[in-house]
Write a new protein. Structure first.
Ligand SMILES: [Zn+2]
Length: 278
């Protein structure tokens, strides 16, 4: 696709239905501005579909932890958005341009701040490494990206917000390759360390989720669908951490009072809406 085509379509794209505009955007090399527009469009749709936690204390905390991590690694000056989805299922996902969503169910299962920070660091990594955008560009070549957002739009029009809990993080969202996942894990380790947070929260959270998969598999289905997770990811993140000198890791923050009150606050909120079949 020529640059001129991309220039010419850019204005037209805004006037087209979302699924078509995505198809056109994906056909061109995606600039940072387009990446942010794509993220903003998807985020606006997701915000109407998914039940979100609308509690000022919760939102302030996740934004502050997320920005602490993003600032440590983002070199493009993106405006980051961190949101807690009101779902008891375990999941987390990122949209191009800096939108990161983490489910209440994941946070409630974490024991300390570093475990949630590790998940955020991983999702931030998918954005900074531009996995989300690349995934859309690649899948466009086989028509997948248009289907992706058209499906999303259809769900928006026909389904209830609650139904969409089933959708987020499952087939609709990019399934990253194992190498993308490994890269995002490594990025999560680097980012947490740069932000002054203990990276051991990453393999710890994987352990919690793998254990949960044995006892309560449906609660972690969505997470495993979008994040292929196996014992080897625990081993490889532990190896990445071991490459640092113990002095670099010692003294990094593992937990905080602010995190524990954030988690208690979530636990005290009314139960999450039950997902319905779409
Ligand atoms: Zn991932």
């Amino acid at each position: 696709m020529t640059h001129a085509f991309c220039q010419a379509t850019r204005g037209a794209v805004r006037r087209l239905p979302a699924c078509l505009s995505l198809a056109l955007l994906a056909a061109c090399a995606v600039s940072q501005q387009q990446e942010v527009e794509l993220g903003a469009t998807s985020a606006a749709q997701i915000d109407t579909m998914l039940p979100l936690v609308r509690d000022a204390a919760v939102n302030n905390y996740i934004a502050s932890l997320g920005n602490q991590l993003a600032r440590a690694t983002d070199t493009r000056g993106l405006a980051w958005h961190f949101t807690v989805v009101d779902s008891k299922e375990v999941n987390a996902f990122a949209l191009p341009g800096g939108w990161v969503y983490v489910n209440r169910g994941l946070i409630e299962r974490a024991q300390n701040m570093s475990q949630v920070a590790g998940v955020l660091g991983h999702e931030i990594g998918h954005v900074t490494l531009r996995h989300s955008v690349q995934q859309m560009q690649q899948s466009q070549e086989v028509g997948g990206a248009a289907v992706l957002l058209c499906t999303l739009t259809k769900v928006c029009e026909s389904g209830t917000g609650q139904a969409a809990v089933n959708v987020a993080g499952s087939a609709l969202f990019a399934k990253f390759s194992r190498s993308d996942e490994a890269e995002a894990d490594a990025e999560g380790v680097k980012t947490t360390i740069k932000a002054g947070i203990d990276p051991n929260g990453i393999p710890e959270m994987f352990r919690i989720l793998l254990d949960e998969r044995k006892s309560n598999p449906s609660a972690v289905d969505a997470f495993f669908a979008s994040h292929p997770l196996a014992e080897d990811r625990i081993a490889s993140t532990q190896a990445e951490i071991a490459a640092y000198s113990p002095n670099q890791i010692k003294g990094l923050t593992r937990d905080s009072r602010a995190f524990q009150s954030f988690r208690s606050r979530l636990l005290s909120l009314p139960p999450s809406p039950k997902p319905k079949a779409p």
